[in-house]
Design a protein around this ligand. Structure first.
Ligand code: AHR
Length: 621
């Protein structure tokens, strides 16, 4: 591998090249990154008709002690369903309540993670005809072990109208599979609505589960595309993600059923929170909105203007000053400064649909007129032929076998350098080569990404998909980050992302690989100045996709005689005993990069690439 590390050989890599794509799939947000512990907090998930299904809430008590139903008496206009509890038993008299009382419990998303010494804020709305004495507690899944508990006592006049209650509970013990209980031993009629339980300790208090946020921060994403995917489209438009229903006070959000990935979300992680997430990650937000097209129905171009206005309002929400209608709502939500929204995607995977081009142009014209600096992303692939409509970028999605993806390291070699740039907004090895996240898949993706880096004059952005999976609800395999209520690990594909986290904004070096036809090697070199230690590095990356080890001769030219210091240079290898090896909660780092000092670092060196491996060499310049 001949690398020309001279100043003149380099080409800047876009600052935006590597980022992430967050979709509400696999309970990535609800029951995932969004730290809310209660599922179906407004009792709305069963539908707005009553009687409604309150799942996953359950009743504590029997028919002679409590009758639970739903009605439409909530004080929240957009989510009218409330829970009604008629408590028949009492602490004294002929019908004595069972010990611990009667009421309801919520198991959260496959169990709540309650940890000793940590505090949790529980909020709920209550109304009653009598004085109340409600016990709020976190317990084990069978209700027998109490981890934290407090009582809420109020007079009848205090709760004759809907009243917000808020308590802080500190856990005395740890249980990863807990539930939240609201119980009483006092006869009477009680209505409940909007029950929330949040850990106090979330990232910057912004509601993001710390360890999941950290997994994202660790790969230094330069952008975040959100909130889908198919989630944005919906099977039917009536179930698509609509940003206006996801902003404002959490209690007032109606929530919605995502009919592609088939689960309810309370929309605690709404449009505002996605923009906040981008800001917290130091990533550029890329908002994907519905363009009047779902999987099964479409709005005709002649009547798409309300959707266009909805998108313009969404941009105003993100960028308008606090005197604008929607900017004022953002400011009221705690963010008076505008968010740095510069990219919007007009739909997702809709290019083949009848109304796409017509609808797209309506959005494009309106957005460019109101916000000329905003870059628009088309769903139509422009990598092999020019687009027939104006766009700044176009989406490119690929899910395929390992061999196919590896061979696609050349995909953009012949793409026209004129016209819009490519946004490889979804890619992954899927199917039997990938399982639930194999080394084989990761190596093919590494080869593909080296190809994107090489073609980063025409590829401006790339993100793996999907990002997260709650192991209790695998709607899509594989995914980059796997978690449950208290554990998390990265798949080998996640670890591949680490090799590229310095690439965005770095300099791509001219490198020529001479190989014989029997080897399957893809390699590249970049250089960048590390802001943390002030040092300049050269990183050489090489994927050996074959089953034999390979001796790679590396020759770094164009340096001054004192460059490439021996001390401090490192080698990082991602490999494993078997090609189909995966990580798991038991062995979270079975397939993870291992870094060692590079003893033989020099301008001329021979290095060994292990079979089925991805290796990077960081040379200190
Ligand atoms: O990443 C999973 C899904 O794959 C996305 O929702 C969609 O855009 C694609 O079909």
């Amino acid at each position: 591998l001949f690398i020309d590390a001279s100043e003149k050989s380099g080409r800047p890599i876009p600052q935006t090249l590597f980022g992430i794509f967050f979709e509400e799939i696999n309970h990535a947000g609800a029951g995932g990154l969004w730290a809310e512990l209660v599922s179906n907090r407004g009792f709305e998930a069963g539908g707005s008709n009553i009687p409604s299904n309150i799942d996953p809430w359950s009743i504590i008590g029997n028919e002679s002690s409590i009758i639970v139903s739903t009605d439409r008496s909530s004080c929240f206009e957009r989510n009218k369903v409330a829970l009604r509890m008629e408590v028949l038993c009492n602490s004294e008299g002929s019908n004595i309540c069972p010990s611990g009382g009667v009421g309801i419990y919520n198991p959260g998303f496959w169990g709540m993670n309650i940890e000793e010494g940590k505090s949790y804020r529980v909020v709920f709305y209550v109304r009653s005809t009598e004085a109340i004495d409600i016990s709020v507690s976190f317990t084990s899944s069978d209700g027998l072990q109490t981890l934290a508990s407090t009582n809420i006592i109020a007079s009848a006049s205090d709760v004759s109208n809907w009243t917000k209650m808020e308590v802080l509970l500190e856990a005395k013990e740890t249980n990863h599979n807990s539930r939240l209980q609201l119980t009483t031993s006092k006869k009477g009629l009680i209505w409940l609505d909007q029950v929330s339980a949040m850990p106090l300790d979330t990232y910057k208090g912004h509601g993001f589960r710390n360890e999941l946020f950290q997994m994202l921060a660790d790969i230094k994403p330069q952008f975040i595309r959100f909130p889908g995917g198919c989630f944005v489209e919906g099977e039917w438009l009536r179930n698509a993600f609509r940003w206006k229903a996801s902003v404002g006070p959490w209690e007032e959000r109606p929530g919605h059923f995502g009919d592609v990935w088939m689960y309810w979300t309370d929309d605690g992680l709404g449009y505002f929170e996605f923009l906040q997430l981008a800001e917290d990650l130091g990533a550029s937000p890329i908002w994907v909105f519905n363009n009047g097209i779902s999987h099964n129905d479409q709005v005709d171009t002649s009547s798409v203007l309300p959707f266009v206005q909805e998108a313009l309002d969404g941009i105003e929400f993100a960028r308008g000053d606090s005197s604008s209608t929607w900017g004022a709502l953002r400011a009221a939500m705690g963010h008076p400064e505008p968010f740095d929204l510069k990219y919007v995607a007009i739909g997702n995977e809709d290019c083949g649909k009848k109304n796409y081009r017509g609808n797209y142009l309506k959005f494009y014209d309106a957005i460019k007129q109101a916000y000329p600096d905003i870059k628009t992303i088309s769903n139509c692939d422009g990598s092999s032929r020019p687009l027939d409509h104006p766009a700044d970028l176009y989406d490119f999605h690929v899910y395929t076998s390992a061999n196919n993806l590896f061979s696609m390291s050349n995909q953009f070699d012949h793409t026209s350098r004129k016209g819009p740039k490519a946004f490889v907004s979804e890619y992954a090895v899927t199917g039997k080569d990938a399982g639930t996240g194999s080394l084989l898949a990761a190596l093919a993706e590494a080869g593909f990404l080296i190809g994107l880096e090489k073609n980063s004059d025409v590829v401006q952005m790339a993100s793996y998909a999907p990002l997260f999976v709650n192991s209790n609800d695998r709607r899509w395999n594989p995914d980059a980050i796997v978690f449950n209520s208290f554990q998390v690990y990265g798949t080998p594909s996640y670890w591949v992302q680490h090799f590229f986290r310095e690439s965005s904004g770095a300099t791509f070096l001219n490198a020529t690989l001479q190989k014989d036809s029997s080897t399957s090697i893809v390699a590249s070199a970049i250089t960048w100045k590390n802001s943390e230690d002030g040092q300049t590095y050269i990183r050489i990356k090489a994927v050996n996709f074959g089953s034999n080890s390979v001796n790679l001769q590396i020759s770094v030219g164009g340096l001054d005689p004192n460059s490439v210091k021996l001390s401090g240079s490192t080698k990082t290898v991602l490999t494993s005993a078997n090609l189909m090896d995966e990580n798991s909660f038991k062995e979270p780092k079975k397939v993870a990069p291992i870094q060692t000092l590079l003893e033989e670092a020099d301008k001329e060196m021979s290095v060994l690439l292990l079979p089925h491996s991805f290796t990077s060499f960081d040379l200190l310049k």
